[in-house]
Design a protein around this ligand. Structure first.
Ligand SMILES: Cc1ncc(COP(=O)(O)O)c(C=O)c1O
Length: 388
């Protein structure tokens, strides 16, 4: 388990010479993963700048003004100062939390990395399988051991309690789940989250729930982060909102956990691009009105795939609770071979199940216009019929 970065104040406060640091600030600074950036954020940020005071501290050029940017064919600069605060406030409102419960990130990938780095580096992580490959590989990236627990396909991808219990012990820092589950699209059962939380409390660990597909769930539910201080959730606008270009993501958690993540994130992503954050802040309050239509469309496509599955030999699946992906089990067939043949013979792309630790499977994403989806599924059926 990583040491708590803020729990070991140094004997003598350190900081740049002449800086009037309060003792708490000095301890915080000295124990920060990246002390210089902590200091710079406090003293050189836009919010901290004092108009008219000469500054010898900036390490980059003064940002170009609107006129200079126009001369270069660039759009005007976004409102820098308020962008981050506005987005945090919008997310806090959406989840009925405070801004201190929110850390912004450049997408869920970055959010997940920041959580692993802050809470599990050099430690141990328990992650679901089948699962999103990055959540496994991130453990190694932060020098942590990886233990896997099963989502059981015979029980609609419910967490297998025995394998969860076997994967978590006193060395565990993080227990990691997705909701909706990637690749199957099933909802995280309340009991399964409760079981993970019981273990987290018993072994002094945290539970990370990647909720990047949760907004697609046909059933509206609060974020798992609102349930217990040991839960951290990650999310973004890249999947269920059609705004991948913004790379706007976030982490929700208890303020003291968010503070630890924030400090470690200094090493990774010291600041976020304000332009996309401005758009994200404008979008977030509108999300609840948009989501029902998107969910209904995804449900109609899932029903279309379900009909196809029922009528196609050697294929089965657990119908997703929401979202736009599902895992097709291919009886006795190799997913790599089927994916390659579907592309070569029918120009249909599907993801080999091997990437989700399921070699006899394909993951398909079905949020296509109805007719296009029908054509793709027909092509896949022809490929399957030709497979020995
Ligand atoms: C479970 C899961 N988390 C995170 C990501 C990446 O999300 P983002 O684009 O927000 O980085 C993916 C992408 O497929 C995913 O499946």
């Amino acid at each position: 388990m990583p040491t708590d970065d803020r729990s070991t104040p140094p004997s003598t406060p350190v900081g740049p010479p002449g800086e009037p640091l309060r003792p708490l600030e000095a301890a915080e600074l000295a124990s920060a993963p990246f002390p210089y950036l902590r200091w710079a954020k406090a003293h050189l940020s836009w919010e901290a700048m004092t108009a008219g005071a000469p500054c010898l501290g900036m390490s980059g050029l003064e940002p170009l003004d609107a006129e200079a940017r126009a001369g270069l064919g660039l759009s005007p600069p976004p409102e820098v100062g308020a962008a981050i605060a506005n987005l945090k406030a919008a997310l806090a409102t959406r989840y009925a939390l405070s801004p201190a419960h929110v850390h912004l990130a450049a997408g869920t990938s970055h959010a997940n990395f920041a959580v692993y780095l802050a809470l599990a580096r050099g430690g141990r992580v328990a992650v679901e399988t089948p699962g999103y490959e990055a959540l496994h590989r991130l453990a190694h990236a932060v020098g942590a051991d990886l233990a896997l627990f099963a989502r059981d396909p015979r029980r609609a991808y419910r967490v297998d309690p025995d394998s969860l219990a076997a994967a978590v012990d006193d060395r565990t820092d993080l227990i990691v789940l997705t909701d909706l589950h990637n690749p199957s699209g099933v909802r995280l059962a309340e009991d399964d989250l409760a079981r993970a939380l019981t273990l987290a409390h018993r072994h002094d660990a945290h539970v990370l729930v990647d909720e990047v597909y949760a907004d697609f769930d046909a059933q509206e539910r609060p974020s798992a982060a609102t349930r217990d201080d040991r839960v951290i959730t990650t999310n973004s606008l890249t999947k269920a909102h059609g705004l991948p270009d913004l790379r706007a993501g976030w982490i929700l958690g208890a303020p003291e956990v968010i503070a630890r993540i924030d400090a470690w994130d200094d090493l990774v992503h010291p600041s976020l691009p304000p332009g996309p954050m401005v758009d994200a802040a404008a979008y977030v309050p509108q999300a609840p009105a948009r989501l029902p239509g998107l969910r209904a469309e995804a449900a109609a496509r899932a029903a279309q795939v379900d009909d196809w599955v029922q009528a196609t030999p050697r294929v089965s699946w657990t119908r997703p609770d929401g979202g736009l992906t599902g895992l097709l089990h291919l009886e006795g067939l190799d997913g790599d071979r089927v994916a390659a043949a579907a592309w070569a013979d029918q120009s249909v792309r599907a993801v080999p199940g091997r990437f989700f630790q399921q070699p006899e499977a394909l993951r398909i994403s079905f949020m296509l216009p109805e007719a296009e989806l029908a054509t793709a599924l027909d092509g896949l059926r022809r490929t399957l019929a030709g497979c020995a």
